[in-house]
Design a protein around this ligand. Structure first.
Ligand SMILES: NC(=O)c1ccc[n+]([C@@H]2O[C@H](COP(=O)([O-])OP(=O)(O)OC[C@H]3O[C@@H](n4cnc5c(N)ncnc54)[C@H](OP(=O)(O)O)[C@@H]3O)[C@@H](O)[C@H]2O)c1
Length: 306
């Protein structure tokens, strides 16, 4: 693989928690020509200097072919469970000569059977990565991002179990298990880093984090910033994971938080954490000291972009 940066980038799936910040950072970087592919009827809003293409779903190979032509890299943010959609895009990408594929990952390490048996979404992501591995010899390389939980998004929507609006906390196994937590802006920097360092990131997971810390430590920073002690509920991580997973399997997505936070809190550290080992390459800094959380969390609470 050449070490030349990748220039023509196609991002698929413009809504959701992650796409808007990726689009913001990629479209502001003159190194890239960004095209966005969205479903027909989607209400995605994209910057003026990007090209937006919409297609009816399910995406068909014939309609995708002209969109993928001359693209150097694909960032696939299609919701992970639609395996057929990922397979179709991957096959068209190979035929179009795309060089790099970034599949849905953007989570904790997902390969360990501990993880795949406790989170169907991780099992599906592992399948997409295996699909890509089986295609390496056809010329399409891949990079998947391991980042643990989304820190700022998690605080805003309560996904870490910390409800700032009502000052309530659910702590899984006391909340003291340390885990990778990453700001959305660092994920955007990492994606840009992959596109600018294709050789060093070829056919592997890259691991980034902003902090390596625990929900209990984030809680104490939140309490200090907000000036109020949160009401605490302690949950057993394993049973929270099981109950959350059963709810998700019934179609009740409100179980996602218990499933994922129970999984992270109950795991052996090494099964879920990547420890930011690619931070220096992709972010230009190591894991930030926990002492910096106060400033970062303060800005998240104010609604500033961090
Ligand atoms: N680690 C964490 O804490 C954390 C938190 C949240 C998410 N994540 C991960 O981040 C990634 C992005 O998740 P997200 O929540 O931002 O987005 P998402 O809800 O998974 O969906 C992403 C986009 O996919 C497109 N889409 C949905 N269904 C589709 C289909 N059947 N065919 C084609 N396109 C379809 C939509 O874009 P258009 O409307 O533009 O077509 C949608 O906005 C996922 O891998 C997710 O697991 C991680």
């Amino acid at each position: 693989m050449s070490s030349q940066p990748l220039k023509n980038i196609l991002l698929i799936g413009a809504n959701g928690s992650l796409a808007p910040i990726l689009i913001k950072h990629l479209s502001a970087d003159p190194a890239f020509n960004l095209t966005i592919l969205s479903r027909e009827g989607s209400n995605s809003v994209t910057p003026a200097n990007t090209k937006l293409v919409t297609l009816p779903t399910p995406y068909q190979a014939e309609a995708l072919a002209p969109v993928l032509k001359r693209q150097d890299a694909v960032i696939d943010l299609i919701q992970p469970f639609d395996l057929e959609a990922h397979k179709t895009v991957i096959d068209v990408a190979i035929k179009a000569g795309v060089k790099r594929y970034i599949p849905p990952g953007f989570s904790a390490k997902g390969e360990d059977p501990y993880v795949t048996s406790r989170a169907p979404i991780a099992a599906v992501k592992a399948k997409i990565k295996e699909m890509l591995q089986s295609k390496e010899k056809e010329g399409l390389s891949w990079t998947s991002v391991v980042c643990g939980g989304f820190l700022d998004w998690g605080i805003k929507v309560g996904f870490l179990g910390l409800d700032t609006a009502n000052c309530k906390a659910v702590l899984y196994n006391n909340g003291t298990q340390k885990m990778d937590l990453t700001l959305l802006s660092d994920i955007a920097r990492a994606v840009i880093g992959i596109l600018k360092h294709p050789k060093e990131t070829e056919n592997r997971y890259v691991c980034i984090n902003t902090f390596f810390t625990s929900p209990a430590a984030v809680l104490s920073v939140l309490e200090k910033q907000i000036g109020q002690t949160f009401e605490r509920e302690i949950r057993d991580a394993e049973s929270a994971n099981r109950e959350g997973r059963e709810a998700v399997e019934r179609g009740d997505l409100s179980g996602s938080r218990d499933m994922m936070m129970g999984l992270m809190a109950g795991a052996e550290e090494g099964a879920v954490n990547g420890y930011g080992k690619d931070n220096d390459l992709l972010l230009g800094h190591g894991t930030r000291p926990e002492g910096e959380m106060e400033e970062v969390v303060g800005r998240v609470l104010k609604g500033d972009e961090v």
